[in-house]
Design a protein around this ligand. Structure first.
Ligand code: ZN
Length: 186
């Protein structure tokens, strides 16, 4: 998920060469790429590859100035997301989301995978989300994790969990609004 303009869509190579952090071949996939519409598979192997994926997703998210990133957005069809918002950051593998507070909150939301026509920044639209949620899942080592959230983090957790089911935030919009956004993508 995104709250502000972002820089590169292409994140090949070293994003932060001065810190020696490489993101390998990952680039953020954009709407129209089938991987974004394919339900992701549960993670079964908590191996080195999974840990590398999670480690690589953070710099990709930061480089794009995002606050959340799901594995399908970097072309990997696994149920994993990372987030960093309002001082809370982490990752969740195989997340299950439950709604604690059904009250709907409407706020602007954007997605790194749905840029504007210039491919420079996300497009935003108001989306209704549940006010409070809990996500339960596993960490990189297969240990249970629980993230309880309200406000913008709750929105982010719903947005990222949607990605793992092949859903995008525009699916929550009225048809005309969805069309307006899709017509404005690169
Ligand atoms: Zn997104």
């Amino acid at each position: 998920m995104s709250t502000q303009p972002y820089r590169p869509l292409q994140t090949h190579g070293a994003v932060f060469p001065e810190r020696g952090v490489h993101v390998g071949v990952y680039e953020i996939r954009t709407v129209g790429d089938p991987v974004l519409r394919t339900p992701a598979e549960p993670v079964r192997d908590f191996d080195k590859e999974l840990r590398r994926l999670i480690d690589d997703m953070f710099p990709v998210m930061y480089a794009a100035r995002g606050v959340g990133l799901a594995a399908p957005q970097v072309g990997v069809g696994l149920r994993v997301f990372v987030y960093d918002i309002n001082g809370r950051s982490g990752h969740v593998v195989n997340p299950e989301l439950t709604v604690d507070d059904r009250a709907e909150v409407v706020e602007d939301e954007g997605c790194l995978s749905i840029p504007d026509a210039a491919g420079e920044r996300p497009q935003y639209a108001p989306v209704a989300r549940a006010a409070g949620v809990t996500v339960r899942g596993l960490d990189r080592l297969g240990r249970p994790v629980e993230v309880k959230a309200r406000g913008y983090l709750a929105r982010c957790l719903q947005h990222e969990t949607d990605h793992l089911d092949g859903k995008l935030f525009i699916d929550h919009l009225a048809k005309e609004e969805r069309r307006r956004i899709l017509l404005n993508t690169p």
